[in-house]
Design a protein around this ligand. Structure first.
Ligand code: DON
Length: 307
């Protein structure tokens, strides 16, 4: 990152630059507990590969990680069963919303990539072969990387389990095609519990830092992914991490990133840092409006785009 001002000043400047963009989106309406989150929240954290941490705003307030957890469940599945994961799910951008159904039927139940919901359900199904409670595995992995224990918000999980009609349809279709093998209801419960992991921007940036450091966590001083896998996870983030607006996100921000409907986005600056941002108002693709602006300003101010 080649910025002429310090990262602390970059974050200070961003918190001013994003102000006009509040009120342009809406909190996730389909999960009752997320609909009720204060829309004016904004936090951002940068953790560098040298272990320096910079934060602004509500960076130490927990929020619902939602789809951001898909990055960590995929990393765990690839660590456990390796390339066999790719017999169950593809690596291509979907061009469709994260919970789109008809593409899945056209393509015989094989999800386009591991970040759309069908792909994440396939990964959950794989983890159910390994452990009884995949959500706890993901929670503990993320917590280990964040160096603080994380919790699964039971109310958010229940709120989603009772409203997950579309995800249930996806899981049942996949069960019919054989691309998930466990009881669809068990897969849905595990997936919703995983999505309900809560964490702060600071914890998220720490947890994602191995992707900026060739698979090594400078925070816990441990290699958690082989270097090649870290590079591959970044490639998947860059091409699939922001669903059907991944192209315009790459155009604006130029960094591998994963969004979640809790309003979080985590972005990777390979070789340098992990950046986490949270603001709950979403665009129609389920990406934080203010969060995307914050990352766009970050990559401009620090000249850190990978593209
Ligand atoms: O499957 C769902 O609807 C949510 N639990 C997660 C979706 C999500 O975060 C999509 N990302 N922007």
């Amino acid at each position: 990152m080649k910025q002429s001002i310090s990262l602390a000043d970059v974050l200070g400047e961003i918190s001013v630059l994003v102000r006009p963009h509040f009120g342009k989106g809406r909190t996730a309406q389909y999960i009752p507990q997320l609909a009720a989150v204060d829309p004016s929240k904004f936090g951002m954290a940068v953790v560098t590969v040298r272990g320096e941490e910079y934060v602004t705003g509500d960076a130490d307030e927990p929020f619902s990680a939602q789809s951001i957890t898909k990055l960590f469940s995929l990393g765990l599945a690839l660590n456990r069963i390796g390339d066999e994961v790719w017999t169950r799910v593809g690596k291509e951008p979907s061009g469709t919303p994260f919970n789109y159904l008809s593409q899945l039927e056209h393509e015989q139940g094989v999800p386009r990539n591991p970040f759309i919901n069908p792909g994440a359900l396939a990964v959950t199904d794989i983890l159910l072969d390994v452990v009884a409670e995949p959500a706890k595995l993901v929670r503990d992995f993320m917590g280990m990387l964040a160096t603080e224990p994380l919790v699964i918000d039971g109310e958010v999980a229940e709120g989603e389990i009772v409203t997950a009609h579309k995800n249930r349809a996806i899981a049942n279709l996949m069960r019919e095609f054989g691309t998930i093998q466990h009881d669809p209801e068990a897969v849905i419960a595990a997936y919703c519990r995983q999505c309900a992991i809560t964490l702060t921007c600071r914890q998220l940036a720490r947890a994602a830092l191995p992707l900026a450091a060739g698979g090594f966590s400078p925070v816990v001083e441990e290699t958690v992914f082989p270097q090649r896998l870290a590079r591959r996870l970044n490639a998947l983030l860059l091409t699939c991490g922001i669903y059907d607006s991944v192209g315009s996100f790459a155009y604006r921000v130029g960094l591998p990133a994963k969004s979640g409907v809790g309003g979080g986005i985590v972005a990777i600056v390979p070789g340098q840092a992990a950046v986490a941002v949270w603001s709950p108002e979403l665009d129609r693709f389920g990406t934080s409006v203010v969060g995307a602006y914050a990352l766009e300003h970050f990559s401009q101010l620090t000249n850190c785009s990978v593209l």
